[in-house]
Write a protein that binds this ligand. Structure first.
Ligand SMILES: [Zn+2]
Length: 313
């Protein structure tokens, strides 16, 4: 009998590039590469080069075809077909298409796709800060806000694969309009761009001193009141959304990941304070708000974790 391959291929599809990797069962990335993406290109012009680069990576790292292929991508993804059914406005050609079906055909291996934040939650559960936890929400704070949910020790995708979208929980019906069609969504108050907007609104003539959320974080760590206020506002909003979430789900932890999570305690501490204000005290007592561990590799490792999960490993 042919021995099954002990490696999977993983793809973390983003708006400007795709990270690709070969990952073993323990979460070790055996080989990796990055493929530039022109978000305005057609479907095959985007996924074709990804398939070619993966084939090269597989050939260069020895061994046969992968046991499976996992793909993380932005948007709402049908977990059965891997079709991106919505929310992929940044890469319009992906709408209604299945990169999983395409890569499965090109690389002759089974392929599955999940939302990128759901993948990140799967990665933290398998290899990161979520190991051993039965219930947590991972919030990815970056240009937007995404979320991935783990319940009963397993990734919870919801009925149609859409679960975990905490970025579009509305905190204020009179708040700023959100591209999703609602108003006052969490994303409008706590995303990277929202933190920079809040900083600029508070900083007056010093607005040009920070142009990114991590630059604002650097000033906050140095005690700058305007920068601290920008993160306090983001933390208040996150804590409000998470307070409702933990009341609903009685989970053990909220993991904060994504690029803005590198801000560290200047973000986490106001989130903890605010969560305690909005959650039922008995529920809040048992919830930890902690940093995710896998950083930039969360998407890639999550795509691999997805493939291992689907393979029944
Ligand atoms: Zn929204």
């Amino acid at each position: 009998m042919k021995e099954r391959s002990e490696r999977v291929a993983a793809v973390d599809l983003g708006g400007t590039s795709a990270k690709i990797g070969i990952v073993d069962r323990s979460g070790t990335i055996l080989a990796r590469d990055r493929v530039s993406i022109d978000a305005r290109a057609g479907f095959e012009d985007i996924v074709g080069p990804v398939a070619m680069a993966l084939a090269e990576l597989l050939a260069g790292s020895g061994g046969g075809p992968p046991a499976g292929i996992g793909i993380g991508a932005p948007g709402f993804i049908d977990p059965d077909t891997g079709t991106i059914v919505g929310g992929s406005e940044n890469i319009p050609a992906m709408q209604g298409r299945s990169p999983a079906a395409y890569l499965a055909g090109k690389l002759t291996a089974p392929a599955w796709a999940d939302n990128d934040a759901t993948c990140a939650a799967a990665a933290e559960l398998a290899y990161g800060a979520g190991r051993g936890l039965r219930g947590f929400l991972l919030v990815t704070v970056g240009t937007g806000i995404g979320g991935g949910l783990v319940l009963g020790g397993k990734v919870w995708r919801g009925m149609r694969g859409f679960a975990g979208e905490i970025g579009h929980v509305s905190l204020d019906p009179c708040g700023p309009p959100c591209p999703c069609g609602s108003r006052g969504c969490l994303e409008q108050y706590a995303s990277g761009p929202a933190i920079v907007r809040a900083w600029k609104a508070c900083a007056g003539t010093r607005a040009a001193e920070a142009e990114s959320p991590l630059e604002v974080a650097r000033l906050a760590r140095a005690g700058d009141p305007a920068a601290l206020e920008a993160f306090a506002g983001a933390g208040r909003a996150l804590g409000q959304a998470l307070g409702g979430t933990v009341n609903l789900l009685d989970i053990e932890a909220c993991l904060i990941g994504g690029g803005v999570a590198d801000a560290g305690e200047v973000l986490l501490e106001p989130v903890r304070r605010s969560l305690r204000r909005y959650a039922y005290p008995l529920v809040a007592e048992g919830v930890r708000v902690i940093a995710a561990e896998l950083g930039n590799d969360a998407g890639l490792l999550g795509a691999a974790a997805l493939a291992w999960e689907r393979l029944g490993a």
